[in-house]
Every structure is written in C-alpha cells, then in structure tokens.
Design a protein around this ligand. Structure first.
Ligand code: DC
Length: 228
C-alpha cells in the first residue's frame, strides 16, 4: 500500500503526542515530535541565560546541532550531542516554550528542518502548524482537541508519574496561558487547517483515537494508491 504523510495538530494535552506516536508505531511510520524542537531551543536559551535576547537565541540555534533520533517508538532529542530528552519536559520549559515559539527566526529555522524531515512518505508529524504551514500537502490532517480540565488532568498525571508535585490549578493556568499565546501569535498560530478532521478526545480512550486515525490513514492509503 502507498505510504502517506500524516499531520497531527492540536493544543497542549489534547493527546497528540501519545496518539501520534502510537499511530506511527502501528503503521510502521517515522514519528516526528516538532514540539520537542521548540522545547530544545527553550532549554538552550535557559541554559545559556539568553532567554530575553532574541538575536542571541537565533544565533546560538543556527550554530547548534539539533537532532531527533527515533528508534523503537522512543524519540531521543540531542542538542549539540547532549541528550536533553528528559530536561525538555520540565515545568520551567513549559513555562517559557510559548515565548520561544513566537520568535519568527526560530520558527523559520525549525520549519525548514521539519520540511526536510517530512520529505519522505511514511511519516506522522505532530505539532501546531504542521497541516497549515510545515506540510500543507499532507495526505491526512488531524486536529485534536479536548476540554481544558481533561487536558490539565492528563498533564498532572504525567508529572505525578515523574515524581513532580504540582497543583491542578497551576497546570490548568499554564495550559490556558500557552493555548492563548500559541493561538494568538502572529506567525503560524495554532489553527485547524480547512481540510483537517477534528478529533475531540475529551471522552475517548487513547486506544479509540489511535484506532480511528489508523483507520482513516488506511482509507487514505488506498485512495492515494489508486490515484497514482
Ligand atoms: O507539543 P508540545 O507541548 O511539546 O509543544 C511545546 C510548545 O512548542 C507549544 O507550546 C507550542 C510550540 N510548538 C509550536 O509552536 N509549533 C509546533 N509545530 C510545535 C510546538
């Protein structure tokens, strides 16, 4: 069957990452987590103490080697040879990543790299602007949404598993704040592409949403296979 390109977008905590990763595993596709790239740049800015110096951030990013290695369902994020996969999930990254994602030159650099990664078929790329900007020619576009309360509870559980104690209200406020910045920024805001299929995960299990998207993907594979 013809391999296709799948774009999955949506706000934080909508279940995108887990779903995208499992869809990719089921189909034997490559999974690309673009949020991890914005997180790695945020890590770089915090580590080098240049968070409020946009030109320094862009300059450091251009000189940096940022790589996503995907193996056996696990993404490893390498920044200048340092494995930052764990650190980029910390609350201080969550608190600052939307600010970094607003920087035009950062987006240009990362979008260029993402388009390169998206050149081959058989990929699931996940983020905020994949269906609209990075891969507008994707064969299947999914836009995932979920109620804020549900998204906050999911994030809280993730942090609890990792041994980080946070309050639900704190997580909720952070998500709402990020949603507002991500959706209202001037460049490539979080928006649903006209041809994207909306999937509301508020009351769905991960398994249900994965099966649904895999089924949609199979239908597209047959369709694109027949068109060629
Ligand atoms: O999906 P995530 O929570 O790991 O994303 C982290 C941040 O990166 C999010 O607040 C918005 C930004 N982002 C973006 O602007 N564009 C993307 N394609 C992916 C993520």
């Amino acid at each position: 069957m013809k391999k296709i390109i799948i774009a999955i977008d949506g706000p934080a905590g909508s279940g995108k990452s887990t779903t995208a990763r499992l869809v990719a595993m089921k189909l034997g596709y490559l999974y690309i987590d673009t949020g991890a790239m914005y997180r790695a740049v945020t890590y770089l800015a915090l580590k080098e103490n240049i968070l409020h110096d946009t030109s320094a951030i862009v300059e450091r990013l251009k000189k940096s080697d940022l790589r996503l290695i995907y193996k056996d369902g696990v993404t490893t994020v390498l920044l200048n040879e340092e494995d930052v996969s764990e650190q980029i999930r910390y609350p201080e990254i969550n608190a600052n990543v939307s600010f970094i994602s607003k920087i035009k030159e950062v987006r240009e650099e990362l979008v260029r790299a993402q388009r390169k990664m998206g050149e081959s078929d058989g990929i699931v790329m996940e983020g905020r602007d994949i269906g609209t900007v990075v891969l507008p020619h994707a064969d299947l576009k999914i836009f995932m949404v979920a109620a804020l309360q549900t998204r906050a509870q999911r994030r809280l559980e993730e942090f609890t598993v990792k041994g980080k104690a946070l309050e639900l209200d704190e997580v909720k406020a952070n998500l709402a704040h990020r949603d507002s910045i991500d959706s209202s920024r001037e460049i490539n805001p979080l928006t649903k592409a006209d041809d994207a299929i909306e999937v509301d995960t508020t009351h769905q299990t991960i398994e249900d949403q994965v099966n649904y998207i895999v089924e949609l993907a199979r239908q597209r594979m047959v369709k694109t296979g027949n068109e060629n």
